[in-house]
Ligand binder design. Structure first.
Ligand SMILES: [Zn+2]
Length: 468
């Protein structure tokens, strides 16, 4: 029996571009096909995205998506783009993941249209690849592709997010099979709306020989979620008392729904007076609609609310600003309001119009709930800039700026390690540590070895390993 081969085509010693290629008996399978962002080693991400894949897309039997973030699905349209030999197989995933991937890829094509240079792909390419979408029934549904059996498990990161177990028969193995589990991105236990990353493994059916695990925060510990919630509530309460605006720059997918959920809890619980909440942006609104359509992904708390007739993502005072006209109305609206808009780091998007209008007002509060990368406007505000440039204008910052950490969508070091410890692994199993900068992946690999005696490898981009 020939052994399977695994190639790391992304997110190796970096966090973006997730893409893993698995080959056995002439059958090829891809897990994720994400876009690279920022820098990849010494190279510009845009150049790396334009490189030919280290495999032939036409030979792929299927692609499986772990979730719909752009760094996991953003290169998918490139697979079916080549006229000489394009991918024609099914794209498999949780139904919610495929719905999210569709809007994320369309958004990515829209952004590319407005960027300089030749766009990576266009909306036609997105439509082409979306024709191949074949949702599984959900978690625990199994699908066979050639020699491979594929099964999804809840990863608790964003709606539909999955860990993917791939197994195949091997008469030479004591168990008669071999199996590898791709963690996907792993969420934070006890985060709102979603269930925790799966830990209910059945050793009879789920034991694996190899693990590919993310390590985004493999070297960090998050503040407790409860503490983040408390701070968030206090700041919003204080901020709305003076009748000013509360501006929350947030990622359209995941973070916006988290914030909406927390606000709904506070308003319904009487902790916050009823003031308008505005979600400004078509992507955030579409993502929220997909969240509303998939209550089967909710955790017990969110389900209990739903059963009581209080939809956790529907607020009485919610204003949905989808088109630019509605956005302009939202910017000009008088009186107190909480405004959630992208981008999460204020380096583009509709939040800029709100900042331009309200940063000069001392009654305004800016709440930073996500990571702010260097050289973004969000970071400048976080660092206490008193003057910023926006739309070629200089603006005095009189607004209060508050940072709340603890709303991460990725589990921290201890959450990752606890997830790994719960997973049934066969003797001699190897764990590949990916999806993390070296400063996270290397110490995390070390920790898995020291604490659990795990055999670990931190692969580099385009490394191929034999699974045998
Ligand atoms: Zn993700």
């Amino acid at each position: 029996m020939p052994s399977a081969k695994l190639t790391f085509c992304g997110a190796a010693r970096g966090v973006t571009g997730s893409c893993y290629h698995l080959a056995l008996d002439g059958v090829e399978l891809l897990v994720d096909c994400g876009i690279f962002q920022g820098a990849v080693g010494d190279d510009d991400a845009d150049d790396v995205n334009r490189r030919p894949f280290p495999f032939d897309p036409a030979r792929l039997a299927a692609v499986v998506l772990t979730h719909g973030h752009v760094d996991h699905c953003g290169r998918l349209p490139l697979l079916s783009r080549r006229s000489d030999g394009a991918f024609r197989g099914p794209v498999l995933g949780h139904p919610a993941t495929l719905e999210i991937a569709r809007i994320i890829m369309a958004d990515s094509a829209k952004i590319a249209q407005h960027a300089h240079g030749d766009p990576l792909y266009d909306d036609g390419d997105v439509t082409d690849v979306a024709r191949h979408f074949q949702p599984l029934k959900g978690y625990r549904d199994r699908r066979t592709v050639g020699p491979f059996t594929i099964e999804l498990f809840d990863a608790g990161h964003i709606l539909g997010s999955s860990s993917v177990r791939v197994s195949w028969r091997d008469p030479g193995a004591a168990s008669g099979e071999r199996a590898i589990l791709f963690s996907g991105d792993l969420g934070v236990p006890d985060a709102p709306i979603l269930r925790d990353p799966n830990r209910a493994w059945d050793p009879e059916r789920h034991t694996v020989d190899w693990v590919v695990t993310e390590s985004t925060y493999g070297d960090k510990l998050h503040p407790a979620r409860a503490e983040a919630r408390r701070t968030f509530r206090e700041v919003v309460e204080r901020a709305t008392a003076d009748g000013g605006k509360v501006l929350i720059p947030a990622f359209a997918l995941g973070r916006t729904q988290d914030i909406l959920y927390e606000l709904d809890r506070m308003i319904e619980g009487g902790e916050l007076r009823r003031i308008p909440v505005i979600i400004d942006g078509p992507l955030a609104l579409s993502a929220t609609q997909i969240y509303r359509r998939h209550p089967e992904c909710y955790d017990a708390d969110a389900m209990a609310l739903l059963e009581r007739g209080d939809h956790p993502l529907e607020l009485d005072h919610l204003i949905e600003a989808r088109d630019p006209k509605a956005s302009r109305r939202a910017v000009a609206q008088h009186g107190p309001a909480i405004i959630v808009a992208g981008s999460g780091m204020c380096n583009g998007g509709r939040i800029l119009h709100h900042l331009e209008e309200h940063l000069g007002d001392p009654r305004t509060d800016v709440l930073l709930v996500g990571y702010q990368a260097a050289r973004t406007l969000g970071r400048a505000l976080q660092d206490g800039a008193r003057e910023v440039r926006l739309h070629r204008k200089s603006i005095d910052v009189r607004a209060k700026v508050t940072t709340i950490s603890g709303f991460s969508a990725h589990g921290d070091r201890d959450a990752l390690a606890a997830w790994h410890a719960a997973l049934p692994r066969r003797d001699g199993a190897t764990t590949f540590v990916t999806h993390g900068e070296e400063r996270s992946s290397l110490p995390y690999a070390q920790l898995l070895g020291d604490r659990f005696g795990a055999r670990t490898v931190v692969p580099s981009l385009y490394d191929t390993v034999e699974l045998g």
